[in-house]
Design a binder for this molecule. Sequence first.
Ligand code: FAD
Length: 280
Amino acid sequence: MDVVLIDLATDPLTKLYGAYRTCYTPKTPREVWDDIAAGIVPQDKIASFVEERLKTGHVSPLEQVVFWFGISGVSRSLSHQFVRHRIGISFEQQSQRYVRFTGKNEERLEYVMPESWEEAGKKAEFEQLMTEITRVYREAVAAGIPAEDARFVLPNAAPTNFQIMVNFAELLHIGDLRLCTRAQWEIRHMVSKMRSEIMKRVPELGRYLQPKCGEKRMGYCDEDEKAYRACPLSAVRPHKLVVIETFKRHRAESGAPMRDLTPDDFAAAEAFRETGAPKA
Ligand SMILES: Cc1cc2nc3c(=O)[nH]c(=O)nc-3n(C[C@H](O)[C@H](O)[C@H](O)COP(=O)(O)OP(=O)(O)OC[C@H]3O[C@@H](n4cnc5c(N)ncnc54)[C@H](O)[C@@H]3O)c2cc1C
């Protein structure tokens, strides 16, 4: 598997600063960007301002930062999962209609084999099947069956390539799901490589790419307890139920016990107004 960060929106931190600042200042975007261009806003202020905003749920500015990746040598098993992401990401994938896999002379077409096959002593059977599929596929193409029909015999193990464009908000969401140990190993491996690529160029953003239980994301695991217990990260991250139980205990001890929301709570929330008063 190869994952390369082809390009990214120029100066992503400043783009984020401009986007967030526009929300919170009476200045126009032109004035905000004139200040940046004049060096009135130093780079460390931009970085710390963005860092503070990244801690909040204000996600939409992150859509203004975009990354392009080239990904090759991943299986069709992976690609089928990957293309389920449908918001904030754009895919171009190698076609099995226009590309005929007949160019090389090797015995078998290339394929991705999970280590578990070798560990189970089944590598030879896997390879034998790939050899047979290769024979049938190549004979089909040679017999004039169009590639779009010959491909029906190709396996999930067939490798594929992508060029994708993804915005940072969606990439964080993909990291939440696909860096989690609940995700399949191959897609986890790929997203991990995407993270490494971003770490090389923009570590200030790359470190936010974490599984959802990470301290920079949701912070706790919301998977079922059995999966949580099986996960190596459970040694360092809490489960949702533990967080709630701990909060309940703390509130009970402080004399203001937690309870389910009542109609009065909804009314109180509806009546709530920002006062602007300093917080106690
Ligand atoms: C561990 C794991 C196991 C899985 N198992 C299965 C399985 O057994 N079968 C299966 O079919 N799929 C499975 N999936 C795929 C999963 O159901 C999603 O299709 C996939 O994770 C894409 O994520 P997303 O829905 O968040 O889409 P994204 O496009 O990544 O969503 C981005 C954000 O936009 C929101 N969003 C997207 N579209 C809409 C919409 N129409 N309306 C409102 N909000 C929207 C999402 O909720 C999310 O917050 C699995 C995924 C994981 C991680």
